[in-house]
Design a protein around this ligand. Structure first.
Ligand SMILES: Cc1ncc(COP(=O)(O)O)c(C=O)c1O
Ligand SMILES: [Zn+2]
Length: 456
């Protein structure tokens, strides 16, 4: 099989270029918009390059028993739908993907939805969904001979990039907004050996700065403006469909920051339908934090025609982004699938995160917007009890332990933010209790729980 079948198509003006001719900032030379990877051979029905759905389903299932590193990757296992490289032998993999689809039993009961699942991307090698896209884009960088890679990041992209670069023997440069990312993520970038610059700017400022740098130096840009990131990030859609025996859920709910992930998952579901692997699309909804909701506003005020950048502010630092790069792609996914875009408050995020934690799963604050958004969609009556819903949990709970501890200590939210949610918050708080070193004191702590009280 020819392993490189792709070209790039501009999302704005439709012009097409070979992959190797993209500019360092991945912006179209004609109109400045972003590119999408496309595979022209897939459109020729009966052509040699058009994948055969039945054969692929069989092959991908067989690979689950394989000992080969690429087959064990939940991304490269689907490599027939990722023909972006000259040779798959150049792929850099940490056995990413294969994220479990958990039944959220308590939330399902509380919301009256039987089939409620969480696709937990936080179990990836560096603890977030970014690994699924980093393996593809960094592999392209290596194949094209780059020795340096770089990203601007709210934390998870830098952790992921630094790990994959280290595995490949490459160097990595990270630009992060000073003081505005979670420590767990910063520590990862350091541990994996990145050159980490804390910049006196927000995420959007960091990305602007990096765009200038890659135009001047031979450094490969690994933000999600890079269309090869989105190719890897589309593969959880394949995993979800495979887990559901090639049916798709009625609803997929995704957090929205720079809006690459919702764009990528939408592309994955679209391609599966076009190739005949599945029959339809799920309704894909994107949830933003109320303090970082430029797409919500764009869709409400202009039906997605214009996006007004804003100054973003939320404790869910991973989605603290006011000028999202992939907003046009994401708006298309929401509109073509019939999904919704809405925002949730800081208190709603904190409560949803604690509820996901109480299910024994846990996630980052940014991931919890999905459950908070689902509650709103359910209250609006647009998601019905018999429908199947998948929440995409994007990051691991240990990424931002400070947030979790502040919540349980009761110091996370202001009184104003808590207004009206005090009882729900108190019912979920589980602060540590200081006790004397005696059995009686410890047993007394359990006793308090048994009668339903909350000590400490
Ligand atoms: C944990 C987590 N969730 C959600 C997002 C948002 O994803 P996207 O920027 O692709 O919209 C990010 C992005 O950094 C993230 O790290
Ligand atoms: Zn263009």
């Amino acid at each position: 099989m020819n392993e490189n079948l792709h070209q790039l198509r501009c999302f704005g003006c439709g012009s097409r270029i070979p992959g190797a001719e993209a500019r360092p900032d991945f912006r179209c030379a004609n109109c400045g918009d972003l590119f999408e990877v496309e595979y022209p051979g897939w459109n020729q029905r009966g052509g040699n390059d058009r994948p055969n759905p039945g054969a692929l389903k069989w092959l991908w299932r067989e690979r689950r028993c394989s000992g080969e590193a690429l087959d064990q990757s939940g991304v490269w296992r689907f490599r027939e739908l990722l023909p972006i490289m000259e040779s798959f032998g150049n792929a850099v993999s940490l056995r990413e993907g294969n994220a479990p689809l958990y039944h959220l039993t308590r939330a399902a009961k509380a919301l009256g939805i039987d089939q409620l699942y969480a696709k937990h991307q936080g179990v990836n090698p560096t603890g977030s969904f970014k690994d699924t896209g980093m393996t593809t884009a960094l592999s392209v960088a290596r194949e094209r001979g780059f020795t340096w890679v770089a990203c601007a990041s709210t934390g998870n992209t830098s952790a992921s990039m630094a790990a994959y670069a280290a595995r490949a023997g490459m160097r990595s440069l990270v630009l992060i907004p000073e003081g505005k990312i979670a420590w767990g993520k910063l520590s990862q970038a350091m541990d994996y050996g990145a050159v980490t610059c804390q910049v006196k700017a927000d995420f959007d400022g960091c990305l602007r700065l990096l765009t200038e740098i890659v135009r001047k130096a031979p450094i490969y840009l690994l933000n999600s403006v890079n269309p090869y990131r989105l190719e890897g990030q589309k593969t959880p859609a394949f995993e979800i469909a495979e887990a559901m025996d090639w049916n798709v859920p009625d609803h997929l709910i995704v957090p929205g920051g720079n809006l690459g992930n919702s764009s990528a998952l939408g592309k994955g579901f679209r391609e599966m339908r076009e190739l005949g692997l599945t029959a339809r699309l799920p309704k894909i909804s994107v949830i933003q934090a109320a303090g970082a909701n430029p797409l919500v506003k764009s869709l409400k005020l202009t039906h997605g025609a214009v996006l007004e950048p804003m100054e973003a502010n939320t404790r869910a630092t991973a989605i603290r982004i006011g000028n999202p790069a992939s907003w046009r792609k994401s708006a298309r996914v929401i509109q073509e699938s019939g999904g919704w875009c809405l925002d949730v408050t800081e208190a709603e995020i904190a409560i949803a995160k604690a509820e996901i934690g109480a299910e024994g799963l846990g996630c980052e604050p940014a991931s919890a917007v999905t459950l908070a958004g689902l509650k709103k969609l359910r209250a609006q009556g647009v998601i019905r009890s018999g429908e199947t819903v998948v929440l995409v949990l994007t990051g691991h709970t240990l990424k931002d332990a400070d947030y979790t501890i502040d919540f349980h200590r009761g110091t996370l939210l202001t009184d104003e933010e808590k207004l009206g949610s005090e009882a729900a918050i108190e019912a979920l708080r589980r602060d540590a209790i200081t006790v004397d070193a005696t059995p009686a004191a410890v047993l007394a702590a359990i006793e308090g729980e048994a009668i339903g009280g909350q000590s400490g």
